[in-house]
Design a binder for this molecule. Structure first.
Ligand SMILES: [Zn+2]
Length: 161
């Protein structure tokens, strides 16, 4: 492959990838909207993209001290069927995603040390072929919110799926 065609192929793939993944990397994603609606219907109040806390959690239930991150499986490298790295440009994506991973870990650690509970809801548990149904989601989220124990964390989404 000539240098030029490699660049073209890389460009096309990156562009497709960013079209595909652009929605996932940003705020107000579809999975996030589903979780917001669910909490609202169950009567839980929350702050959105709460900048007072490490990592600006997507939702913060200040009354219950629960921070919720709705993570895109690709950007936060969940390891599930929708999170695999593209073959081209791998070092670029690998480095970008590795930085996300390290930042996520650091944020969780800081939140726990501040006495918050941390719930990570992976995209694949909300949409896609292995998602939980809304009742399952609601009951798991609500039982976590009402856990008495501080310093607990829970992740929804099976990485082996
Ligand atoms: Zn996933």
């Amino acid at each position: 492959m000539s240098n030029n065609s490699f660049l073209k192929a890389g460009y096309r793939t990156t562009k497709e990838r960013s079209l595909l993944m652009g929605k996932i990397s940003s705020r107000n994603t579809k999975p996030e909207l589903i979780i917001r609606k669910l909490l609202f219907l169950k009567g839980y109040g929350y702050r959105l993209h709460y900048k007072m806390l490490p990592g600006s959690p997507d939702l913060a239930l200040t009354k219950h001290k629960v921070a919720i991150f709705v993570n895109g499986c690709f950007w936060h490298y969940h390891g599930c069927h929708i999170s695999h790295l593209p073959k081209t440009n791998s070092p670029y994506w690998f480095n970008k995603i590795k930085r996300n991973l390290l930042r996520d870990k650091e944020n969780v650690r800081s939140l726990l040390s501040l006495g918050w509970k941390v719930l990570i809801i992976w995209e694949c548990s909300v949409s896609g072929k292995v998602k939980l149904n809304e009742e399952q989601l609601a009951s798991r989220i609500i039982s976590f919110i009402n856990l008495i124990t501080n310093n607990s964390q829970l992740a929804l989404g099976d990485a082996s799926a």
